[in-house]
Design a protein around this ligand. Structure first.
Ligand code: ADP
Ligand code: MG
Length: 264
């Protein structure tokens, strides 16, 4: 029987309408992005793949409020208590702060009392396997450890929306796999709404509720696929036959776009 009082679908956490971005003016202008439309539902994990230079970071920076669209609108719905957190391609951690202070950074901004902030920072450092490095400075850590500091810092604020820009790109394959699995577990238990940029199809298929493919710049969405794996899922999906099939299908699409770029 039909539910006489169906609950309305929750409005999206992130909504973009006809968003474009151009850099510079007149003859020298670079049309970097769009137009793109995007809705991300609460708790949804959306991955974006696309060729280098197609505007992925530009889209994410607009989402984070660091950049304005040239036209169109992007809005984000969160409460003040649970903000948006962003993890950059180059980690974006502060070399002059200790690991502990880096992880506490967002909590300090939110004016979380110091004792609680330290306890939360310690909890996330422990979860990321960095408890012994709380007093170290980032310069003394490996790339993988720096990236885990960045992840701990972003997650410590318990963000409602997490924006990640190729966060694992600089890591070796093993660490990358470990952190993908860790991120899966985390986002599934916390139901964090996530927009995740990557140039790795495997990564997008393992992590995403959906995978959006972008065209060569100016990037637009040209395809959308939903990896056919239930939640909660684990990294074991990497060996499913559907995984390989979907990867081939997406690669066909992406290869065309990478080719456009290489020939340009
Ligand atoms: P992606 O992250 O997909 O590799 P980006 O969003 O970084 O691509 O860049 C898209 C395009 O916009 C590129 O051609 C890049 O050179 C250009 N671009 C990005 N940021 C700026 C900027 N601040 N000033 C001028 N051009 C920029
Ligand atoms: Mg980028």
């Amino acid at each position: 029987m039909e539910d006489p009082h169906p609950s309305p679908p929750s409005p999206p956490k992130l909504r973009a309408r006809a968003v474009t971005r151009t850099f510079g003016r007149a003859a020298g202008a670079v049309h970097a992005l769009g137009p793109v439309d995007l809705d991300i539902a609460p708790g949804e994990f959306t991955c974006v793949v696309g060729p280098s230079g197609c505007g992925k970071s530009t889209l994410l920076r607009i989402g984070a409020g660091l950049l304005r669209p040239s036209s169109g609108e992007l809005s984000i719905r969160t409460s003040a208590r649970h903000p948006v957190a962003m993890i950059f391609q180059d980690y974006g951690i502060y070399d002059w702060k200790t690991v502990q202070a880096n992880v506490r950074f967002g909590l300090d901004i939110q004016k979380v009392p110091r004792r609680e902030a330290n306890a939360r920072a310690t909890r996330w450092l422990t979860r990321m396997g960095l408890a012994d490095f709380a007093d170290a400075y980032p310069a003394t850590l490996s790339g993988g450890m720096r990236q885990r500091v960045a992840i701990a810092r972003a997650l410590a604020v318990e963000p409602e929306i997490l924006l990640m820009d190729e966060p694992f790109a600089a890591l070796d394959a093993q660490l990358r796999t470990i952190l993908q699995d860790e991120l899966l577990a985390l986002t599934q238990t916390t139901e964090t709404t996530t927009l995740f940029i990557t140039h790795s199809l495997e990564e997008a298929i393992v992590l995403g509720d959906r995978v959006l493919v972008m065209s060569a710049g100016p990037g637009r969405f040209i395809a959308e696929q939903r990896p056919p794996f239930d939640r909660p899922r684990t990294g074991a999906v990497r060996s499913a036959p559907e995984f390989t099939a979907l990867k081939s299908e997406l690669w066909e699409l992406l290869r065309g776009e990478v080719g456009v770029r290489a020939a340009a």
